[in-house]
Write a protein that binds this ligand. Sequence first.
Ligand code: C5P
Ligand code: C5P
Ligand code: ZN
Length: 457
Amino acid sequence: MLQRASELADIIKKSTKIHIVTHIDADGITAGAIASETLRRLGKEFTIECIKQLDEVIINKLLTEQHELVWFTDLGSGISTQYPEIRKIITDHHECPADSDASFHLNPHLFGRDGSYELSGAGATYLVSIAISQKNKDLAGLAIVGAIGDLQDRRFCELRGMNAEIVKDGVDVGVLQAVKDIRYFGKETRPLAKLLQYASDPLIPGVSGREDACVAFLQELKIPLKEGDSWRTWVDLCKEEKRKIISGIIQMLLSKGFGYQAAARVLGESYLLNKEEEGTELHEAKEYATLLNSTARYGEYEVGLQVCLGDRGKWLKEALNLLSGHRHNLVEGLQFAKEEKIQKRTYLQFFHAGDGIRDTIIGIVTNMMLNTEDVDKELPLIGFALTENGDVKVSARAAQSLVDRGLDLAVALTRAAKELNGIGGGHNIAAGATIPKGKEEEFLQLVEREIKLQIIP
Ligand code: C5P
Ligand code: C5P
Ligand code: ZN
């Protein structure tokens, strides 16, 4: 992979003007930021755009624009052997056919690595960046925010593979820290009770989802919720208070019969960006990634990009505004999905949000739904949402246990979408597609047929 990275680096060095095309999620924005900063430091001219998916419209636009070189980050693996007219390099981590190998294509799957947890789009881009100059190791923090944004720590409750090497780079140059801590979201900025209320992996039985129960749980442990006028957050607690809460949660899980494996998931590795201030949305990687997801998924990629590139003034302020909208949309979206009711079939379960949930956040909501208490983890979950141009966006998510039994959602969705003239792709554990409206039932049948073939009973 490092050899391939330096081949891509050579192509970049020989080019004068480069157009970056990246994805709208946190991994895409950080990948785009790493690529931009790398090119800026090299003194190259560049432009950048953020897209939902690499469809025909975008390809046709790129074909007419005739860029000297296009750098696809966090996407592009699906077209690596097509469109020779587009001179390109690709740093991506989505599943791709083995015959898509090419000298300008860097993807962990081409090197026997798993792109759902060993390396992200930002990570692949980072490898090229440090192949250009070792001085770019200070960009390791962004690469890790990208990996965490794609939930690459989820499988082992920590980053592994190439991701762990990137963490090491970041620690070596002083930009990153990895600490063992509680894994819940919002340690730096969420009031304590909220941290527990939204806890989903693992759920805290009888506590998650219920604000009054969270407050009671903390009061029982004699943990003050406030300090003066302000709500305390996880990082405000002393060691002993943290220990009490963690062991309280673990005891609760074990006493309700959740087993050691679930209980062990309370703890994991957290990644901190040393140059950022503690108690802000940028200090811990999960929160940073969520801040970025609040921008490009709402058409405001410039905001996220500028924050990644170092702005802590007007762009950060704008990002924080967008964050409160995003949080609101996720809470509403989850509520909406719950009311829609999930329909179970033999090999999958699904819900249709219509235009009730934005197509750019249906993936996040589907993921959150799968984590809720009453959803069957033995079946993959598919969420549908309408897009602005009247197509249907599909998001599919599954539990790791199904992947261990052979499930590959990327293969299933790619094939099913293709049959209906749509496009799909992704990872074994999480995939997406866009299909024509009215084809949902046909699509579900095709996906079920694929899943049936994949899963070992
Ligand atoms: O676009 P893409 O690669 O960037 O996004 C990866 C997706 O896979 C994310 O939406 C993330 O939520 C999902 N994922 C997951 N569980 C994992 C790994 C990734 O749901 N273990
Ligand atoms: O959109 P969603 O978050 O559900 O996507 C899950 C995964 O599938 C992401 O990694 C995304 O990049 C990928 N995907 C894809 N092709 C599509 C739609 C989604 O590769 N047409
Ligand atoms: Zn990605």
